[in-house]
Structure formats: structure tokens, C-alpha cells
Design a protein around this ligand. Structure first.
Ligand code: GLA
Length: 750
């Protein structure tokens, strides 16, 4: 049983082979946090740990013992997990243990995405009921431990038993106290076209936080917070991760107290949040996924990858190989008609691509980005046969058909705006701020969600549509729900995202075979919440191979390869104007869900041959690229960032592909090797180099190599001859394809 309860010591021990989480009911009934980290023995003399009562202000330390769900106003002056404003305006709360139960499996969270189990035996859940009796408040804390993952999933539910509403001002998904502050805080930050760059900061006295108040998780910060020791590497050392399964406003914070302890908290951003707790009604905070690793960052990432890929993503597409798409956006922008699209599709089909995505511009009068969002009816001038006509022609070519939509948005120049200006987010009597010339529909209104469900169901049921790219291109301004009374306006942002989840959920159920890809001006809502509905996301609008090294490296810290859509685009690149070799663009995009975002009819015969070869290579390794164990070898945020190397290895360690990328070449660089990881030291691998060639690097590596040799000595990525690097140039990429050769005897290694 992964959850043990010692009734004498009133201690809960959630335990598997990888982690332990200990909670104790203190003598005065407060719920103390004892430990989260590597596995401890089932029982031990742990009486000294968190044995004191919660002494609050009387405790001269000024930092009461760690609590599982700290509250404000009773002597713990660090950041709280819970703040409730009582009808008299007071905000002090004090939670005490009432009861608990454990049960196999894992409950869903009403209205919110969460990780799940397929069989009850996969996990066990602890539910602890706490109460603040004077405040008539109940809090239920949920902890799920999976049998074979280094993960604890946490969430909280808050209920008021008062006859008059109380106001919930802060309800974190998780708060975690750690006994020291010798940590680096790692998070993933950026902006449009440079999302999820790795940021590392040393913790120090006071608090460090990041979050979103945009109505979406945002391009600026990913909703996950990692801690690592100074000495932690990819392979070794301690690391913690807290990741929020949520797509709206969030807060992630690390606070170092007066005595060098650390409190982490993660949840809905309390700024601007105020939820009316109606008598008896329950508020559900989103789920936080806690991971601990003492085997470095690679193991931490792998715990997130496998959980999010296999037990957060759902539906038929969770496990299916994802199609190679051809997307017309960068090929045509708004300027297309049916013959042009069919020419692109037919040419893409010849090269081996599998699904055509019709991007923005197919509806209303949409010839630019200032009109028609909301009018999801086809523009017959561009597509005389309608979406159905085009989709059928695409299918006849042998491709599946996908479509772009941006359902949450509305243009002022649209039919929908003339009919339903009241559905638009905005503060009455205040001008609305436009972003990308568009406004936002109020997804907190049930009738808006119902309307969109009707329109989109109609679209999806009248044409053979296999894939939907669901975009969201601006954040919310003038937040205000027209259907909400004044005292509920603090609920708006959360209700908005609940509306988005509701629409996704209903469409996913009604069209279970459609593959959804989420998008928000690239990676502006790339978060675990979205992955529950759309198993892949458009990683960034930036398709430049060199920029993508950083973006995909940062994204890979938490998200699996199967979630990262990565496209080869034309040069000069449309975001940064850089000219990179076609093979380099593919070698980066391979590590994810491959697609193309260019006009294949404009490619030369030589380029077409290269693209056909890329697709052939990707198809032969698709399982590895989408579902292999991802190993980061050399990072774009390390040193001068000139080299990146990563690899993907099959779970049975029989196959792997290594990618090595060099941004700028240099003269007479000297020999250099790249040591691999994750292989079977006893196996012999046949190494081949992609693109194939007979240059020095190919010659130095191709052939039979031992797993031990590849991991201890490595691949040759620079030869000894200074002349060899002349031909490589800048923006060079090389893949090494590893295949365990069962017939090869170690003595036959070359
Ligand atoms: C966003 C997306 C792009 C494209 C455009 C269309 O920017 O991220 O991929 O779909 O919108 O307007």
C-alpha cells in the first residue's frame, strides 16, 4: 500500500520506490508538513520531526512549524495557501484536522483538467478534511501517489458552511515547506517567439515569484517552478518540480524566511481573484504536480514527460503516431484560393506529408487580421466548394484535412459583433483595448460556450475534418463579465478558463477522433491544463532552427516530445530573417511532432529530394521522436550556448537518435567528442550518420560501436584535421542514428 497511516503518531506516509511524503497531525490538530523527498523506510523513529505544535505568534522563531496548507493571520507571516474573508471582513483562518480517508485510484476534479489513472491499482489517494470551526470552513486536501512515479499530485477543495457568502481570496493548489534554501530557482520565461527560455536564480531572503494576470498562462512564464542544488546536473543531484495543471492566471512563488527555510506555493494568482463561497458550495483549486528527483534534471523531466504524455493527455490520439502536417500559414498567409491550396497539398503529398492544415483566412471576409473572427462560415470567394468540398478534394489526394479556428475571439468587423456585442469582454462605459485588432468573447457566459459548441459542431460534422488547430491570439484586457453581478467580478478570469475547458471537453467528447492542437500566438498557452484536451501544442510562432534550439530545450524540461509541434519553414526565416540549411531545420524539428510550414511548390528539385528524405527518416523513427526518453546532452543556455546536443532513446534502449547542433563554426577547433547517455552499456549499436555523407565525421562514427564506448568515450563531433571543419559552415546539424545490432559480437566492433 503506498499510503501508510500510523494512528499513534498520527502520521501519513505516502511512499513508493522513488519518493516519500510525510504529513503529521500535530498535537493541537494542525496539519504539519514533515517531509517530501527520496524514499524513506516505511517506519522509523521520526518523533523529532515536526513534533511541536503549531505555536503561531508565541513561537519566538517567528516561523511556525511547516504546515501543509498555511493560513494567514495566526502568526505565520510567510505567504499563505488560503485566505478567506469572512462576512465581518476578517481574514484570519486556522485549520485543524477532522478526518481522513484513503482510497485506490484518483478522483477527477469537477470542471478542471487533471492527471488520471486507468486502473485503480496505479495510484492511491489520501483525502484529509480540515476545518476552521469559528469560520464555518472546510478544506479538503488531496494527495495522490502513483505506484511507479516520483510524483505526488495535490489539489484542494474549499467549502463554506455559513449561511451568508464568504469570499475566497487565495486558494493555492500546493504549498510546500523545505528546511533549507540552498537552491537555485529554475523557471521558463520569455515572450512571443522566444517562449520558455531557461532562467536560473539563486534563492535568497525574501520572495521570488512569477506568474500571469493575462487570462492565460502566457508566453512570458510557464506555470512550473523547479528547484535544483548548485551541483545538480542532468544526471546527478536533487531537484524538485511543481507544475500547475491550469491555463489561466497563476502565481508561482518561492519565499525564503528569516531562518533560511523555503516555502513554495503554486496556484491561481490571488491578485484580482475573489470567489464567493456560497453556502455549501465547493471551490476546487486546480491540480499541482510535485516531482522529486535525486538523479538530476533528466529524471525529473522524464517523470513529467511520461505522466503528462500517458496520464494527462487523453483520447485516441494520446497513443497514436501523430501525422506530419503541411500548414499553409507561412506559405500563403491570408492570400489563397482553392487551386493554390490544392497545389500545396498535392505537392506535399508527393513528398510524404500526411495531413493538410488550412490555417487562418478561410472564413467571413478574412483577408487580413482585422475582420471576421466570430463568423465561422466559409468564404466562398476563396473556397467555392466550401470546407467540405476542399476537405474531400484533399482527402482524394491522399491527405487528411485539418482546420484552424480561434473560437474565443471576435473582430469588431464581424456579423457576430453586430448581433452580440454583449458577449464581448469589456468594462461598461470604458473603451475596449484591441489586441491584434480583435476582442475577446466572454467565455464565462454559458450561452457563449453553448453557441460556440453549436457552431463548431456544425463545422466538424459537415466536413471530414481530422485535426483542429485551436488558436488564441490575444490576452484579456478590461476584465469584466457582463453576466456576473458586481460582487462576483473577482471570479471572472477563473470562470473564463472554466468556459474554455468546458468547450474543449464537449467538443472532444462529441468528436473523439479529431486531433486537437492548442495554440496561442505560438506558445502563449502551452501548459499542462491544455494538454488534457489537446495532446499537442504549437510550440512557438518562431520556426527558425536556431531559436528553436532554445525554445525546445526549455520546453523539454517539463513537456514531452509528443506535445511539441515543430515545423520546418522557409528561409530567410519569417521571424528572424536567418538562413539555415534545410537539413538543420529538419534536424531540429524532428525532435517533436514534425510538420512543414512552407510552400512545397516553390522548392527546387534538390530541396524536394531532401524533404522527401527527411520525411522518410522521420517516419522510420517516429515512435522514437514522439515517445522516446529524451536526454539533454549539451544545452543552448550553457557556456557560450554555441552547441546543443540531445537524444531520444527507446525504452528498451535498443534504438536512439542523437542530434548535435553548432551555431557558429570556428577555425581549427581541435578534436571534440560528445558522450551519450541512456544506452545499454552491454549492447553493440550500428551507428549511421544523417544526412548520409562520407566526410570525416561520418567516417569517424559510422559502424559498430559499443554502448559503453558511446557513453564513456562518445561520438566524434570534431575530427583532428582542421581542414575537416571547413565544409561544415555555420548552423550545422548532424544526427546519429543508433540501432542495437543483436547479431554483432563485441569483437566485431570496428
Ligand atoms: C497565430 C498562430 C499562427 C497562425 C496565425 C494565424 O499567430 O500562432 O501559427 O495560425 O495565428 O493568424
Amino acid at each position: 500500500m503506498p499510503i501508510l497511516f500510523d494512528p499513534q503518531a498520527r502520521t501519513f506516509h505516502l511512499r513508493n520506490g522513488q519518493v516519500s511524503y510525510l504529513i503529521r497531525v500535530l498535537a493541537n490538530g494542525a496539519l504539519g508538513h514533515v517531509y517530501f523527498g527520496g524514499t524513506l523506510a516505511e517506519s522509523g523513529p521520526r518523533g523529532h520531526l515536526a513534533s511541536r505544535e503549531f505555536l503561531g505568534f508565541d513561537n519566538r522563531l517567528g516561523e511556525p512549524v511547516p504546515l501543509e496548507y498555511p493560513t494567514a493571520g495566526i502568526g505565520d507571516y510567510r505567504v499563505p495557501a488560503l485566505v478567506v474573508r469572512a462576512p465581518d471582513g476578517s481574514t484570519a483562518n486556522d485549520l485543524r484536522y477532522v478526518s481522513h480517508r484513503t482510497f485506490p485510484g484518483k478522483p477527477a476534479i469537477p470542471g478542471l483538467p487533471s492527471t488520471y489513472v486507468q486502473a485503480h491499482e496505479e495510484a492511491e489517494t489520501l483525502e484529509i478534511l480540515l476545518a476552521d470551526t469559528p469560520a464555518d470552513l472546510e478544506v479538503r486536501l488531496y494527495y495522490t501517489i502513483f505506484v511507479d512515479r516520483s510524483v505526488v499530485a495535490r489539489s484542494a477543495r474549499i467549502r463554506s458552511l455559513r449561511q451568508v457568502p464568504q469570499t475566497l481570496l487565495c486558494a493555492m493548489s500546493a504549498s510546500l515547506d523545505l528546511p533549507d534554501s540552498d537552491w537555485n530557482l529554475v523557471h521558463f520565461s520569455g515572450a512571443w517567439a522566444r517562449e520558455r527560455h531557461v532562467v536560473k536564480r539563486r534563492l535568497g531572503p525574501g520572495s521570488m515569484s512569477f506568474g500571469s494576470l493575462r487570462g492565460a498562462s502566457g508566453h512570458q512564464h510557464d506555470p512550473s517552478l523547479l528547484l535544483q542544488r548548485e551541483a545538480t546536473t542532468e544526471q546527478h543531484g536533487e531537484a524538485y518540480g511543481l507544475s500547475l495543471v491550469y491555463s489561466g492566471n497563476f502565481l508561482a512563488e518561492a519565499e525564503v524566511g528569516a531562518f533560511g527555510t523555503t516555502r513554495l506555493r503554486l496556484g491561481i494568482n490571488p491578485e484580482g481573484f475573489a470567489w464567493n463561497l456560497e453556502p455549501g458550495a465547493e471551490f476546487c483549486a486546480p491540480e499541482a504536480i510535485l516531482v522529486y528527483s535525486d538523479d538530476g534534471m533528466e529524471a525529473l523531466s522524464d517523470a513529467y514527460h511520461t505522466l503528462y504524455r500517458d496520464r494527462l493527455a487523453r483520447g485516441v490520439w494520446r497513443d497514436l503516431p501523430r501525422p506530419i502536417v503541411i500548414n499553409n500559414w507561412e506559405a500563403t498567409y491570408f492570400d489563397f484560393d482553392e487551386p493554390r491550396l490544392l497545389a500545396i497539398a498535392s505537392s506535399a503529398r508527393e513528398l510524404g506529408m500526411e495531413l493538410f492544415v488550412l490555417d487562418d483566412g478561410w472564413f467571413g471576409q478574412r483577408d487580413g487580421d482585422n475582420t471576421s473572427l466570430g463568423d465561422w462560415t466559409v468564404n466562398l470567394a476563396k473556397l467555392p466548394g466550401g470546407i467540405g468540398g476542399l476537405a474531400r478534394k484533399i482527402e482524394e489526394l491522399g491527405l487528411r484535412f485539418g482546420i484552424w479556428i480561434e473560437p474565443e475571439m471576435i473582430s469588431q468587423r464581424s456579423r457576430l459583433f453586430t448581433e452580440h456585442a454583449d458577449w464581448v469582454v469589456g468594462v461598461p462605459a470604458r473603451p475596449r483595448t484591441e489586441g491584434r485588432n480583435q476582442l475577446v468573447l466572454d467565455m464565462s457566459r454559458g450561452e457563449v460556450v453553448d453557441y460556440l459548441f453549436g457552431v463548431l459542431s456544425d463545422l466538424l460534422s459537415h466536413a471530414p475534418i481530422s485535426y483542429v488547430k485551436w488558436d488564441m491570439n490575444r490576452n484579456i484586457t478590461e476584465p469584466y463579465g457582463g453576466a456576473l453581478p458586481a460582487e462576483r467580478q473577482g471570479e471572472f478570469f477563473h470562470r473564463y478558463i472554466l468556459g474554455v475547458y468546458d468547450l474543449y471537453d464537449r467538443l472532444g467528447r462529441a468528436f473523439p477522433n479529431v486531433l486537437f492542437e492548442s495554440c496561442a500566438g505560438g506558445g502563449g498557452r502551452f501548459d499542462p491544463g491544455m494538454l488534457a484536451y489537446a495532446p499537442q501544442a504549437w510550440t512557438s510562432d518562431d520556426t527558425d532552427a536556431i531559436e528553436r534550439l532554445r525554445i525546445q530545450w526549455g520546453t523539454s524540461q517539463v513537456y514531452p516530445l509528443s506535445s511539441m509541434a515543430a515545423h520546418v519553414s522557409a528561409v530567410p526565416n519569417h521571424q528572424v530573417g536567418r538562413i539555415t540549411p534545410l537539413q538543420t531545420r529538419a534536424a531540429v524539428a524532428f525532435f517533436g511532432v514534425l510538420g512543414y510550414e512552407l510552400d512545397p511548390t516553390t522548392l527546387s528539385a534538390e530541396e524536394r529530394a531532401l524533404v522527401a528524405g527527411q520525411i522518410e527518416f522521420y517516419k522510420a523513427h517516429r515512435e522514437l521522436f514522439q515517445r522516446g526518453r529524451f536526454v539533454r546532452l549539451r544545452g543552448p543556455f550553457e557556456g557560450d550556448g554555441n552547441e546543443t546536443a540531445w537524444m531520444t532513446v527507446s525504452r528498451d534502449r535498443k534504438q536512439g537518435v542523437v542530434g548535435h547542433y553548432r551555431i557558429l563554426n570556428g577555425p581549427n577547433p581541435g578534436p571534440s567528442r560528445l558522450r551519450l547517455r541512456g544506452l545499454d552499456p552491454a549492447a553493440t549499436y550500428r551507428v549511421s550518420v544523417w544526412p548520409a555523407g562520407d566526410d570525416a565525421i561520418a567516417k569517424a562514427n559510422a559502424g559498430l560501436r559499443g554502448g559503453d564506448e558511446l557513453m564513456k568515450m562518445g561520438l566524434t563531433i570534431r575530427s583532428e584535421d582542421p581542414n575537416d571543419s571547413r565544409s561544415l559552415g555555420d548552423f550545422h546539424a548532424r544526427l546519429f542514428d543508433l540501432d542495437a545490432d543483436e547479431s554483432a559480437h563485441p569483437s566485431s566492433r570496428e
